[in-house]
Design a binder for this molecule. Structure first.
Ligand code: AMP
Ligand code: ZN
Length: 135
């Protein structure tokens, strides 16, 4: 039962913790909190990286900011650093996986580009030949 004031403030009592509504229900926030299992690849203070559940290449890792925001078009100028950190984490993982000869970082922005999860995420794809342009 959500008290009306909490509803008004767009927060939700979720397992007795109070958090913003979009954070409570967001798939990737739930993965980060360990409520949904994931194969963790890398984590630091700012970002979390895990295997994509439906890989499109031998390496298909998702790198997400620990701070929730929906995607690139919703990002604020104050998010510039965290977006950069996501890409640098992808570069680190690519180095560790020895796929530096050619890999791709992808941000799908909006449903028309295939974005299906509305918590910003960088796809790291590699380990096979990547054609251009993408579909
Ligand atoms: P996008 O379509 O750009 O929003 O990317 C979302 C990605 O999340 C897709 O590649 C999905 O395969 C992936 N995905 C969805 N659910 C999970 C999950 N539970 N664990 C890992 N990856 C997921
Ligand atoms: Zn989220």
């Amino acid at each position: 039962m959500i008290p009306p004031l909490l509803t008004f403030l767009r927060v939700r009592c979720y397992r007795f913790r109070i958090m913003p509504d979009e954070t409570a229900s967001c798939l990737f926030c739930r993965i980060m909190r360990g409520e949904i299992p994931s194969k963790r690849i890398y984590e630091d203070e700012h970002v979390y990286a895990f295997e994509d559940i439906s890989p499109k290449a031998p390496t298909h890792v998702l790198v997400i900011p620990k701070k929730h925001f929906a995607g690139l078009k919703e990002a604020q100028s104050s998010d510039a650093e965290i977006i950069g950190r996501c890409h640098l984490a992808a570069a680190l993982i690519a180095r560790q996986r020895k796929i530096e000869n050619g890999y791709r970082t992808v941000l799908n922005v909006g449903p028309g580009a295939g974005q299906s999860v509305f918590h910003l995420h960088v796809h790291l794809l590699g380990g096979r030949t990547l054609t251009w342009p993408p579909g």
